[in-house]
Design a protein around this ligand. Structure first.
Ligand SMILES: Cc1cc2nc3c(=O)[nH]c(=O)nc-3n(C[C@H](O)[C@H](O)[C@H](O)COP(=O)(O)OP(=O)(O)OC[C@H]3O[C@@H](n4cnc5c(N)ncnc54)[C@H](O)[C@@H]3O)c2cc1C
Length: 535
């Protein structure tokens, strides 16, 4: 066995959550950032709309808290919500100090408004906020000697006392995370990293669905690894479907920001279905209704009229306004032959955000000692049954800072020995085709059976298929040389299982979970908390 690499803190993931934690820890800790592709890959760089924060004197923390609670339909944790909202201005100022080029007007931050927000409070960098934020953070990370970046290193599993050769913890004894195994894809070997603190910042799991706005990295790896290691996972039934993903054979996962509806964009049926507006018939807030309402309305209209997409029309705005506010969307559509100054944009709903995840406290702590989780991979209680637009980048930063504080005040030492990775596995050429088939099958049936509108029968069908896939993948994992595809499939199937288990347990419709068998909302609101079986 090669000697493990030693650090004070391991951070898995290089999105906004991971990089915020890395930069804030670097003055005092030797940090490793492991990321499975390049530093810039992940959802954070794709965020268009912006970051919600009360920055206008006419707005107030209470308004932002209320809007978040309303969107979350009774399941938000009040303390977590208040914490995030109240720390938002500090988080924005931190980014400004780092040099993020936010859009301004008359020397002040320009604030836009999105669905579900009662005030203009979205801080943005035109329509490519995430790219601007990530570019700035990455530049800083590269210039910080205490941060050691490992690109193309994929988390395989967490190493806890439970796995340690030196003996299992006795029942009731706290379990600690001592490091991770990671697949170094360049050398094609599994390497061991050791640290007393590990932060999971691996993002969401949109890739579990056939249609998603998420990048290829969003395979729920952190959620699956934490569950396998013994952490509770909550609210996995609440998957947010973004109502407006560009519908075009050559556009993969391109999102048409909510800000387009915020600036007066109207949803229209295709000409063959009459061409008129339909949102007024679904909700008094029309196009500014929360995402789940708009996504369900589009799903309903598409199924009713048997059409492949609907249209989003922003052509009432001047070309200059569109160039100024939506340069990215305008350019991408133009590449595909759609002139948004004159034509409506074809759109469909797609899996967008994983509201549930690894259960953490208000300082990012999980159920395992020395293991923290931050960002979309978590369930902090902020989003409840539905996420308010632009609250997630904010959550990444506020909880990353809280986690950094927790690590600073919790001195821990590394374990002296870690169990070696078993590399007796073999390579099998047949494996590839089976893995690809299973990937496709999983994403297809998750879309068909566990999508925007659910029924118990379809969920049970999905559960049955998942259990078959799990058996097959378990065998593969035990016998064959690990590859990224195999590891991602193993994690996606685990996450699919958690989503279906949670959806079956929720015998009502609430927020993002809509069941035809249980269309009503119960008076009693409770999160769905799954506890891993003892291993
Ligand atoms: C198209 C789009 C637009 C959005 N717009 C907005 C918006 O305007 N405002 C807003 O607030 N939110 C928005 N969101 C949501 C927001 O971008 C995400 O919730 C947020 O960026 C998540 O950040 P993160 O750091 O948790 O994860 P990510 O940014 O996804 O980063 C996860 C990181 O973990 C790495 N990783 C994953 N698995 C492994 C593994 N096994 N080993 C090593 N590394 C791993 C990935 O490569 C990546 O570096 C948008 C999302 C999308 C997809």
């Amino acid at each position: 066995m090669t000697n493990p690499q030693d650090f004070d803190v391991l951070i898995v993931g290089s999105g906004l959550a991971g990089l915020t934690a890395a930069l804030q820890l670097a003055p005092t800790h030797k940090v490793a950032v492991l990321t499975k592709r390049r530093l810039s890959d992940g959802s954070s760089g794709w965020a268009q709309g912006g970051i919600a924060a009360v920055m206008d004197p006419a707005d107030a923390f209470d308004n932002h808290v209320q809007d978040t609670l309303v969107a979350g339909v009774g399941l938000c944790d009040l303390e977590a919500t208040q914490k995030v909202v109240e720390h938002a201005p500090t988080a924005i100022r931190w980014l400004q100090d780092l040099g993020v080029p936010f859009s301004t007007e008359h020397g002040e931050l320009h604030l836009t408004r999105e669905g579900g927000h009662s005030h203009r409070r979205i801080v943005h960098a035109t329509d490519a906020t995430g790219a601007a934020v990530q570019a700035t953070l990455i530049e800083r990370v590269k210039a910080t000697p205490n941060i050691h970046v490992f690109e193309h290193h994929m988390l395989v599993d967490l190493i806890t006392d439970r796995r340690m050769a030196s003996g299992l913890p006795r029942p009731g004894q706290p379990v600690h995370c001592q490091g991770v195994y990671a697949l170094d894809e360049v050398r094609d070997v599994v390497v061991t990293f050791r640290a007393p603190h590990t932060i999971l910042a691996t993002g969401g799991a949109g890739k579990v669905y056939l249609y998603t706005t998420n990048p290829d990295t969003a395979t729920g790896d952190g959620i699956a690894a934490a569950w396998r290691a013994g952490c509770r996972v909550a609210n996995m039934e609440f998957i947010q479907f973004h109502p407006t993903c560009l519908y075009h054979p050559h556009a993969k996962s391109f999102l048409i920001s909510e800000a387009v509806r915020g600036e007066g964009g109207k949803l229209l049926l295709p000409p063959e279905a009459g061409g008129g507006r339909f949102m007024p018939a679904h909700d008094p807030r029309e196009e500014l209704a929360p995402r789940d309402v708009v996504a369900r309305a589009i799903d309903f209209e598409m199924k009713k009229h048997g059409v492949d997409c609907v249209y989003l029309d922003i052509s009432h705005q001047s070309p200059q306004f569109l160039e100024e506010h939506f340069p990215n969307i305008k350019a991408r559509c133009a590449e595909l032959g759609i002139d948004i100054t004159r034509q409506p944009i074809p759109v469909v709903p797609a899996a967008h955000y994983t509201c549930g995840g690894v259960v953490t406290d208000l300082d990012g702590r999980t159920d395992i000692g020395g293991l923290y989780a931050v960002g979309e991979t978590t369930c902090t209680g902020l989003h409840g049954a539905n996420r308010l637009a632009s609250n997630s980048l904010l959550e990444c930063m506020v909880f990353a800072s809280a986690t950094v504080d927790a690590i600073r005040t919790t001195p821990l030492t590394s374990s002296s020995t870690l169990p070696p990775w078993d590399d007796s596995r073999v390579t099998d050429a047949d494996e590839l085709v089976v893995i690809q088939h299973n990937w496709h099958e999983l994403r297809r049936f998750m879309w068909d059976y566990v999508g925007i509108v659910r029924t118990t029968k379809r969920l049970e069908r999905a559960a049955h298929r998942i259990s078959l896939l799990q058996k097959e993948i378990h065998e593969f994992y035990a016998q064959f040389h690990v590859t990224r595809d195999l590891l991602e499939l193993r994690n996606l199937v685990q996450v699919a299982d958690l989503i279906v288990m949670s959806a079956l347990l929720r015998r009502e419709s609430r927020g993002l979970h809509y069941s035809r068998d249980y269309p009503n909302t119960h008076a009693l609101a409770k999160p769905t908390v799954l506890v891993p079986p003892p291993r």
